[in-house]
Design a protein around this ligand. Structure first.
Ligand SMILES: *Cc1c(COP(=O)(O)O)cnc(C)c1O
Length: 425
């Protein structure tokens, strides 16, 4: 469910037509729906309610401080992967004591910043990192809590670039090694190892990989407890799917149905780190058609958004449904599907202006006939969209706009040419 729907042949975000919003903010722009964010956050909260989990929204999916503020006001904690993201959480008014911090290469400065902030858990990704964290917390005389990130060696059946819990990935320690880590460090006073963390990849469109990873990890927790180590919390990461196509992804309730019974009555505080599943279809990227042309036997639609704005198609073969913002009656659709069998569509590539052959948003896509000036919506662009944008080809980054019912909030203004060179003087 999201709040991007057609009414009278116009795409709306909540109660405003996109066309009207674009008149104020121009293109390319990311347009987010506040109530879609809220809906997804509440979905997790309700579905996992029997475990009273702490939901730590993953900042790297979409980290504007206004998004952080909105989720923080709903009680969300945050999953961060850098000192910069922790800074974002603090600037957005997030509660540092509800922050978990993952990442294989935390620097001393970042670790000290997080110790100072009093975060909930450091996700420990190696013994070398753990030793460094012990040294640093001792140096400032502050005790911290560690969550050992284990690699449960499961295949989440997702893109090879986004698999993180299979043997040989750079993340965490092998699950067999975890007992040795507890034997060596489990009674350390500076870093209290009291939690196990897993994160298997993203997006994971089936529940099974979670069930296998959780089952394996619960066996480890059992073994550790028998050895008198106190394990009070369990972080099961993110990776829950978002609907790039209608109905593609299990809902929070579908995941919970199988996960909750596994963890119930285990005396474990559950922490979830959803990012994509909360932000994904809460955002669209709006772009304008510049030109159309024929190249060989292909029809090209050249638009004003490019891989610097949205890199997922080039980077991960990411699929984004694309449809015009204003449509004829027969093209007014209420589903997003790979096969659009509507008479009158044409098969086209949607490409950007950047001087790279991989600069495309879509290939071989059925779209209604398009002309210069038409607006296109690139759906499910809220997660790993703006945050991965760059200024490549000296293109100022897009604006970010948050819509709440009929309110338009420009939460990041479009960059200017001056912004491009502002650090070079
Ligand atoms: C990226 C990340 C997440 C969020 O993943 P999504 O696919 O956006 O849900 C959660 N936990 C960790 C440790 C991550 O690195």
């Amino acid at each position: 469910m999201d709040h991007f729907n057609y009414k009278d042949q116009q795409l709306f975000c909540e109660n405003l037509s996109i066309k009207e919003i674009v008149e104020k903010v121009d293109t390319p722009s990311y347009i987010y729906s506040a109530n879609t964010f809220k809906h997804h956050y509440e979905g997790f909260q309700k579905a996992f309610a029997p475990l009273d989990p702490l939901i730590c929204y993953s900042v790297k999916a979409c980290g504007n401080i206004n998004i952080i503020k909105m989720l923080s006001e709903m009680g969300s904690g945050f999953d961060v992967v850098s000192g910069g993201e922790l800074f974002r959480v603090q600037q957005g008014g997030g509660d540092s004591s509800k922050v978990v911090y993952a990442g294989v290469g935390k620097t001393d400065a970042e670790l000290l910043q997080a110790i100072e902030a009093g975060i909930a858990f450091f996700n420990i990704e190696s013994e070398a990192e753990l030793e460094n964290l012990i040294r640093l917390s001792q140096s400032v005389n502050k005790q911290v809590h560690g969550a050992l990130r284990v690699n449960p060696d499961v295949d989440p059946k997702t893109h090879r670039h986004t698999t993180t819990g299979k043997r040989g990935n750079k993340f965490g320690v092998d699950i067999e090694r975890a007992q040795k880590v507890f034997k060596d460090y489990g009674n350390n006073d500076w870093v209290k190892l009291s939690c196990i963390h897993i994160h298997i990849g993203s997006p994971v469109y089936t529940v099974d990989p979670y069930v296998s990873a959780i089952t394996k990890t619960l066996e480890l927790i059992d073994t550790l407890r028998k050895q008198d180590f106190t394990i009070s919390s369990f972080i099961i990461g993110g990776g829950f799917g978002a609907d790039y196509l209608t109905g593609q992804s299990p809902s929070a309730a579908d995941y919970a149905k199988e996960i909750v019974p596994l963890i119930q009555n285990k005396n474990l505080k559950l922490i979830l780190e959803p990012g994509r599943s909360i932000a994904g279809n809460a955002g669209v990227l709006i772009t304008k058609v510049l030109y159309t042309k024929q190249a060989g036997d292909k029809k090209m639609v050249i638009v004003d958004a490019a891989m610097n704005d949205l890199i997922r198609p080039a980077f991960y073969d990411g699929y984004h449904f694309i449809w015009p913002v204003s449509v004829d009656k027969k093209f007014e659709i209420d589903h997003r599907s790979q096969d659009i069998a509507i008479e009158g569509t044409q098969t086209v590539d949607v490409v950007g202006p950047i001087c790279e052959s991989v600069d495309f948003l879509a290939k071989n896509r059925a779209l209604p006939p398009l002309k210069r000036g038409d607006l296109l919506a690139v759906f499910t662009a809220g997660a790993y969209g703006f945050v991965m944008s760059s200024q490549y080809n000296a293109r100022p980054r897009a604006a970010e706009v948050l819509i709440d019912d009929k309110d338009v909030n420009i939460i990041r203004r479009r960059e200017t040419y001056e912004d491009l060179i502002s650090h070079e003087k």
